[in-house]
Design a protein around this ligand. Sequence first.
Ligand SMILES: [Fe+2]
Ligand SMILES: [Fe+2]
Length: 304
Amino acid sequence: MRIDPDSFAGGYFENAVYRHWDPYEDVPQDDLEADRERLVADEPTAAEFDEFREFIAQFGAGEEAVTEDLAPLMIALDDINDQMFVSSQIYEEAKHTQFFDRYWREVVNPAAETLGHEVTAPTDQRYFNEDYVAIFDATEEAMEQLLTDDSPEQMARAISHYHLTIESVVAQTGYFAFQSIFSDSGRDDVARREWPELPGLIDGINYVRSDEGRHVGWGMQKVRSLIQDAGVEPQVVRDTLQGLMPRVVGASATDSEISRTEPIAEFSRDKLTRRVEIITDQDATLPTIEELTRVEGGESAAGH
Ligand SMILES: [Fe+2]
Ligand SMILES: [Fe+2]
């Protein structure tokens, strides 16, 4: 039997099927309406509203980019259990993309119209700084290289870009900043302004985060096994993660009307450092699937 339910990828695939959710239905229309009404009642200035949109645009574009960039990994992997897991991941990234698109159509644009602010596209370049674009370009390139080089080293590099940097550090930093600014959890010194609670967005992000915990878990396990079983030097992973560090900090930390840079930059630096430690220390215990997919107030367990 080639399919091994006890392999880590087999367990992650089973968990993905069990935790399936529907981005069209499981975030209720009523919650999205509540978000729209609360945003309008809050009367943000044009600049404040645009910064709120920047968060949604960056999450949405990030999901779209990772949906597009994952396919080479599917081709490069040769274990059926891994392939089954990655097929669930591609589907989930597409669902995440769909949720953020829905949010822009049903909440962001109608709220902008009612508030009398400019209606913008989620792809507007104003929402993406140079560092953000550079991280995604580097990841796309690392993934594409798998098509011509599927060595364990290149596999470790590609997963270090995609699962360990983008999904684990960039996305986690985004959730941290977002929760600190738009809910009661996270850190109090991030937000410069009180915002209303947005139940529709929090619903959607919680589903996304639960999926992402699984993606990050698979990436950590895979890189660890490439180091321990396939002879990849831990330095390959360290160099990749540390090389991306300045971009990661630069992408997430722009001082603005509604947030402060330093606590966000500190979070992403700390996260990246812990990621390097957990992957390269062969005695470190990786979190379980339950811990990885549990979403709590401030930060999902995938962050630990
Ligand atoms: Fe995603
Ligand atoms: Fe993901």
